[in-house]
Design a protein around this ligand. Sequence first.
Ligand code: ATP
Length: 327
Amino acid sequence: MNNPIKTIGVFTSGGDAPGMNAAIRAVVRTALYNKIEVVGICRGYEGMIDGEFIRLESHSVSNIIQRGGTFIKTARSERFHTAQGRKQAYENIKKENIDAIIAIGGDGTFRGALAFNQEYNTPIVGIPGTIDNDLFGTDFTIGYDTAINTVVEAVDKIRDTAGSHDMLFFIEVMGRDAGFIALRSGIAVGAEDILVPETTTRVEDLVNKLRFDRRNNKTSGIIIVSEGDDLGGAYKVAEQVKMKCPEFQTRVTVLGHVQRGGNPSCMDRVLSSTMGYEAVLALLDGKSGVMVGIINKQIALTSFEKATKHHQEINKEMLEMARILSL
Ligand code: ATP
């Protein structure tokens, strides 16, 4: 059967995540191997609407597998929420002779891809690129592993100071709606408590735990707080604890954007390469409207509808385990 796809457009959208470059590289090289041309659509949906395209050759993606960020840029686009914006985007990709698209981003990106896919017949396959790891349909998203390693490295350093000065640190990590970054990094640093958006935080419980730690000769501590915790982030939690326990020397560190950048970890490079490769194969196989994922080491394709409707659930048993291990 003749392959109807002659040119693939690839873009990154939403927040940048380490490994996006490695995924673009894999898309380009796999497509070229299959005699398909590749066009980079700069700045996500914004570039699609404004017609910002660059031809990507094999050498265009040399020396980027190890770089964080995304060399074709990313953006959030208000205009793509409108039918008019999507129409303009479609007209541009037609003019550019792009017959299929690979979208790298988070759930918002796939909501956009779903809307586009329902209106126009250009095949689209998605690759989950977000440090939050909150997407349904894959065990891990691109960038998550690097982000948690960044958190671990930073908290290990803070632990030295906390121990030397008998301080209690509240460290805020990314995660507005999901606690995956907090949970995994919290376990890895041996945090005294981990506060996530998925559970209700009770200051009383936290204070009881910290007092218990003091009685057991723990003179310092690390509390990992997701930015979306229901108490309102690390500053708010620290304030409430300090009111109840003025004897604690409390400090707050907000890690912020340092968690987004940096060279992708080995795991993220391999994950991105595999997903980029599989996304091209999925298009060649006639698939559209789906996100590539890896579940239990197997490639899995999940419809945009499902991937955006559901959320990956945090493992609450691991939260319980972390509490026990920190006693
Ligand atoms: P991250 O997880 O890093 O935030 P994301 O892909 O979820 O990444 P968003 O800003 O939520 O990031 O979404 C990226 C873009 O997708 C938006 O700026 C918008 O252009 C488009 N988008 C999101 N939802 C829709 C929608 N319902 N209809 C059309 N476009 C959408």
